[in-house]
Design a protein around this ligand. Structure first.
Ligand code: PAP
Length: 352
């Protein structure tokens, strides 16, 4: 089955069979609930705040997914670089099939090539027959690590996680919300920030999500590769090679000499992906209402500084420092200055 056929099936299923499984709906109604600033309400599901619409898909993912050892799983907290990681994983693992100039990413948005398990594969029914998909199957999920099905944990499938400093993540989500015509459009950035800061956040608390994959990567580095957006941005070729090794698609000497690593890094770069016609003017093949260009905004490190008040910035940096303290995890928050200096600058600014 070709990628385009899979999309056609999913698209028609989405229209014909909205997920209205009564048993799951009843289960959801008994969970703690919170209003959210990005669309539908959140429910506290197995310890995390999950958007209503994603819960049925996660439950079915947990109970029905049968992992293959060759499966590749793209994982992330929303707005941390999922789209980018999908392109990289797809290009690296399919480079023997497609040329750089004529590959499916030139015609489809990365989200339509690498489907989300909770939002696409298991959200609608009848479900896509995953058994007929060729190896390597590549899926994505925002599901926190502790909620992943045992089938994935017990298989030799590979998990790659893209993390990002949470200040840029928040700003990216803030803008994305503006692109979706969703409820909560009247929420101010400072109100949204309070929810982010309290941990009542889609798939959050964000830091719990990040830490869950961070710990899994430390415990099992051959199974979980933990990447940071800021580092991949700084040295994409290094990480293309690293991903090739980790995923089981190492680059041969010949490929290295031919510049294949650089070509893939360049193809998947923000500038190239944003300017592909499909991403400039197309709409999602699976979720029709989404314009592809909503996934390519600025692609920078440190854009939060254009939106945060000094006190928001101070609180967010402190939050990250507190939550990640002792874990060995830290993030670069700016392309110019380090976090300590940024904090000092902010303090000076606020004292004025
Ligand atoms: P998702 O969770 O909805 O899938 P995700 O792809 O994780 O979104 O995040 C989108 C962010 O990644 C955007 O960041 P920004 O709002 O700060 O600009 C988007 O611009 C950025 N992005 C998308 N593609 C790339 C890429 N190829 N390289 C770097 N950043 C990218």
């Amino acid at each position: 089955m070709e990628t385009t056929d899979i999309i056609k099936t999913q698209t028609s299923n989405e229209e014909k069979y909205p997920n209205n499984d009564m048993e799951i709906q009843v289960q959801i109604q008994s969970l703690p609930r919170a209003k959210y600033w990005v669309g539908d309400d959140l429910y506290k599901f197995q310890g995390f705040w999950i958007p209503t619409v994603a819960i049925p898909g996660i439950i079915k993912f947990q109970t029905q997914f049968k992992a293959r050892d060759s499966d590749l799983l793209v994982t992330s907290f929303p707005k941390c670089g999922t789209t980018w990681l999908k392109s990289l994983v797809f290009m690296i693992s399919n480079r023997s099939i497609y040329s750089i100039s004529d590959n499916p990413l030139t015609k489809l948005n990365p989200h339509d090539i690498v489907p989300s398990l909770e939002y696409n594969v298991y959200r609608f029914k009848p479900y896509q027959d995953l058994e007929i998909l060729p190896n390597p199957r590549i899926f994505s999920t925002h599901t926190p690590h502790p909620l992943l099905p045992s089938s994935i944990i017990n298989s030799k499938s590979k998990i790659v996680y893209m993390s990002r400093n949470l200040l840029d993540q928040f700003v990216s989500r803030w803008h994305f919300k503006g692109r979706l015509k969703v409820q909560g459009a009247s929420t101010s950035i400072s109100e949204a920030f309070e929810m982010f800061h309290s941990g009542v956040d889609g798939f959050g608390p964000s830091w719990e999500h990040v830490l869950s994959y961070w710990k899994a990567s430390l415990e099992n580095p051959n199974k979980v590769l933990f990447l940071k957006y800021e580092e991949v941005k700084e040295n994409p070729t290094f990480y293309v090679k690293e991903l090739g090794d980790f995923l089981g698609y190492p680059f041969s000497e010949k490929e290295v000499k031919l510049g294949m690593i650089e070509e893939i890094a360049k193809f998947c770069s923000f500038e190239n992906m944003k300017n592909l016609e499909v991403n400039k003017s197309g709409k999602r093949a699976i979720a029709h209402s989404f314009e592809n260009n909503a996934y390519f905004r600025k692609g920078e490190v440190g854009d939060w500084a254009n939106y945060f008040s000094p006190s928001m910035a101070k609180r967010a940096i402190k939050l990250m420092d507190d939550k990640f303290s002792g874990s060995g995890l830290s993030f670069k928050v700016s392309s110019h200055v380090q976090s300590d200096k940024k904090c000092n600058d902010l303090e000076a600014h606020e004292d004025m």
